[in-house]
Design a protein. Structure first.
Length: 196
């Protein structure tokens, strides 16, 4: 989930930038320091939106830079348990699919795709269901629920987000649309039967 937060941080302005516009410099320093960084409590910083306030600068002995306590607004991505997300399959492997959800990838394990038996088609880089012959491949868009979160601050790429599609209303977007059409047809048949 993308959310806007207001945060506080201390920003060091190097001596060569002290003559520049303080608002601009502080925002640039925050962008350098935080954008793309992952914090377990806050989430992943996507963008520094605006510097709201800068307190008076402080000097440290032996450091020519000036430190400013800064209040700023930021856009962060914070995955939540049980949140429903839409994403795109970026890789198919024997044990499931990696799905891009925002700036992080989630794993959709083969056991969490559908109730049907699924086989891995290595040549076509697809997962194929046995009964309905549905396929899941790279580039497919889907809707899933987050069922596990393990964020790694040191290496955001090593974070683990577990996904499931084994619930009503979830799945590859094409499958969801097919199910809607089937339901619509059933309803129309019921209405015809009642009318007779």
């Amino acid at each position: 989930m993308y959310i806007k937060i207001r945060a506080v941080d201390v920003v060091r302005v190097p001596p060569k930038r002290l003559g520049d516009d303080l608002q601009v410099v502080v925002k640039e320093m925050l962008q350098e320091k935080l954008e793309g960084r992952l914090d377990k409590r806050i989430g992943m910083f996507i963008a520094i939106l605006e510097v709201v306030g800068i307190k008076e600068g402080r000097l440290m002995i032996g450091d020519p830079g000036v430190y400013y306590e800064t209040v700023f607004d930021a856009l962060v991505f914070r995955p939540k348990m049980q949140e429903i997300v839409e994403g795109e399959v970026v890789e198919i492997v024997e044990f499931g699919a990696f799905v891009q959800i925002g700036p992080l990838d989630g794993l959709l394990h083969i056991s969490q795709i559908t109730d049907e038996y699924i086989s891995y088609d290595e040549k076509g880089a697809k997962l194929v269901t046995k009964d309905t012959n549905r396929t899941l491949g790279e580039g497919d868009k889907l809707r899933a629920r987050i069922v596990a979160i393990s964020l790694n601050e040191m290496d955001p790429g090593d974070s683990k987000i577990g996904l499931t599609m084994r619930q009503p209303g979830l799945g590859k977007l094409e499958w969801i649309e097919e199910e809607r059409e089937k339901e619509k047809e059933k309803e129309e048949e019921k209405e015809k039967e009642k009318a007779q």
